[in-house]
Design a protein around this ligand. Sequence first.
Ligand SMILES: *[C@@H]1O[C@H](CO)[C@@H](O)[C@H](O)[C@H]1NC(C)=O
Ligand SMILES: *[C@@H]1O[C@H](CO)[C@@H](O)[C@H](O)[C@H]1NC(C)=O
Ligand SMILES: *[C@@H]1O[C@H](CO)[C@@H](O)[C@H](O)[C@H]1NC(C)=O
Length: 148
Amino acid sequence: MQAPIIFFTVLIGIYLVQSAIEDSSKCEKDAACFSNDECNGGSCQPPLGVLPVWLGTCDCSACYPTRQAKPCKSDADCGGLKTACNNKTNLCDCVGTGLRLAKQSNTTLGKVLTDFCNKQKCDNTTNTDICNGLPCRSGKCNCAASPK
Ligand SMILES: *[C@@H]1O[C@H](CO)[C@@H](O)[C@H](O)[C@H]1NC(C)=O
Ligand SMILES: *[C@@H]1O[C@H](CO)[C@@H](O)[C@H](O)[C@H]1NC(C)=O
Ligand SMILES: *[C@@H]1O[C@H](CO)[C@@H](O)[C@H](O)[C@H]1NC(C)=O
């Protein structure tokens, strides 16, 4: 019986398992995120001009004003907003689509802007339905911000 060898093999085994666990709980620099919780001790840094509270909400700015009245071949050219690419003019109609959505849910465009844009919670699997195709705002993990 080579007791010391078994002992050290077990020690190395424990060490490997432990470092694997630690690695998975580390903050991964620049990893895409929707909230601080996903950055394991770091913070989820929003892109320039985006407030932290807007992370993980529907991004209306992907269509309006960036793509409003711009040429489109499909809704993808209009920030993904469903039916935003007008099939007669081949121009993005973000405002008209917003008005139509508001009418559909018996509300005003103003209400859509205040209750939906930068408010409606989403992630990358729900944005197609919940955000009507608009992207869900994400940030990048900033690990130096508050190390664990
Ligand atoms: C969500 O999807 C967009 C577009 O593909 C991508 O840029 C972003 O990094 C993703 N965010 C997360 C948190 O996975
Ligand atoms: C054109 O767009 C309108 C309004 O979104 C839609 O009702 C209609 O089915 C579309 N027509 C075609 C040919 O895609
Ligand atoms: C739309 O909203 C108005 C005012 O809130 C309400 O009186 C009306 O019944 C609503 N209509 C539908 C179809 O929900």
